[in-house]
Ligand binder design. Structure first.
Ligand SMILES: *Cc1c(COP(=O)(O)O)cnc(C)c1O
Length: 384
């Protein structure tokens, strides 16, 4: 650990710009992968195959193999991957789709986009959808369940899959935070009928802009998704399915192909940082995510639970330490979803997490002295 005079752990009061502890900093990763990134992009410029070019199909093959599925379809965002998975599975108006109340809005956006009704369920204390709560939501209209591998941790998929098979429901994984996560030897994206990944820059595998992937082992679903992402056409200007445009850019695919071979190493680093956070906060009155329980959590986010979260967050902010809240307003209390008719207090575990959760800086290149500053500042606040 470097001891710079301006850094006094726990007593960070006057913070200069270079003393700032960022929540995520993407620059170090981009630097580390030069000149390969520039070479990959220049190759696209030379070829000029900007739309559905050779890097798109190459990256689809590589990402499918990585996830352990037969097919992957490159799309323009994680939201599009979710939407096209639902559409390709034939889910739409008149159907209900169950997902969790604590997730990013995009999970529900996709359900709304296809005209289906989102049905929300509560989560377990780690933020994964609670299978018992899902079971209680199943109705004759239920068509699918979207479990979210929130924060990079896969929940109890066995329970979800057995509910789905007992009731004839599709399972579509929201794996947008879980690239490379493993549960019982299987990677995120390989459990359901289909899965959605996001390559938003700050995700575990991030592009230089928006991007996404639909993973599936169903050739039929993959074929439909390929039609749907490209104006419903198999042959140019012959449109046999809903004519949408959700293609992955070749430039983004070229960047992602350079990055994919590093993903496991980056996730290992996230897991080491999580271990260190746990160690440094071991005897402090905060909840930390439990170490592995037979799964490979990939820590898209490292989320602690603490009483007085807002005061702690303000203290950290004034010490130059960025944090996040995932998510401050649960879906059932979002104004745009008011018509679903869920009241305050309906999902107690989700609301408890919304009130207590604090996401600490987490990215593979996070300097250890930043992590030490974060934990020292938290301990100082707790004991102050
Ligand atoms: C990021 C994210 C999405 C959406 O991904 P975009 O690429 O931003 O559309 C969906 N679900 C979850 C849980 C996410 O974190």
């Amino acid at each position: 650990m470097t001891a710079r005079p301006t850094r006094q752990p726990g007593l960070r009061q006057h913070v200069s710009a270079d003393d700032h502890v960022a929540f995520v900093d993407l620059r170090a990763q981009t630097r580390a992968l030069q000149p390969a990134l520039t070479a990959a992009m220049e190759a696209v410029l030379r070829r000029g195959d900007f739309v559905l070019g050779e890097d798109v199909s190459g990256f689809e093959r590589e990402f499918a193999a990585y996830c352990g599925v037969d097919q992957a379809v490159g799309v323009d965002s994680g939201l599009s991957a979710l939407e096209l998975a639902l559409r390709a599975a034939g889910i739409g108006r008149g159907d209900e789709v169950i997902t969790q109340a604590n997730t990013f809005i995009a999970t529900v956006s996709a359900i709304l986009a296809v005209g289906a009704r989102p049905v929300l369920a509560d989560c377990d204390p780690q933020g994964a959808v609670d299978p018992a709560a899902v079971a209680a939501c199943i109705s004759p209209l239920t068509a699918a369940i979207i479990p979210v591998h929130l924060f990079g941790r896969i929940g109890d998929m066995e329970a979800i899959l057995s509910l789905a098979s007992a009731h004839g429901l599709a399972v579509i994984e929201d794996a947008c935070q879980a690239h490379g996560a493993v549960w019982r030897g299987k990677r995120a994206g390989s459990f359901g009928l289909a899965a959605a990944f996001s390559f938003y820059p700050a995700k575990n595998l991030g592009a230089f802009g928006d991007g996404g992937m639909l993973a599936t082992s169903s050739p039929d679903l993959a074929d439909k998704a390929r039609l749907l992402r490209n104006y419903g056409q198999r042959t140019k200007y012959e449109h046999e399915a809903t004519p949408l445009n959700h293609r992955l850019d070749t430039l983004q695919a070229a960047v992602l192909r350079v990055k994919l071979p590093h993903l496991d190493r980056w996730n290992d680093r996230r897991r080491q940082l999580a271990d260190r956070y746990r160690d440094r906060l071991a005897d402090a009155p905060v909840e930390t995510p439990p170490a592995d329980e037979g799964r490979r959590h990939v820590y898209h986010l490292f989320v602690i639970g603490v009483d007085g979260r807002d005061a702690l967050r303000a203290t950290l902010t004034s010490a130059g330490i960025e944090t996040g809240i995932h998510y401050p307003i649960p879906l059932h209390r979002q104004p745009v979803l008011a018509s679903l008719g869920y009241g305050e207090g309906r999902f107690p575990e989700t609301e408890r997490l919304a009130a207590r959760s604090l996401s600490l800086p987490m990215y593979p290149e996070l300097p250890l002295d930043h992590l030490e500053d974060v934990t020292a500042s938290i301990r100082h606040w707790l004991h102050g």
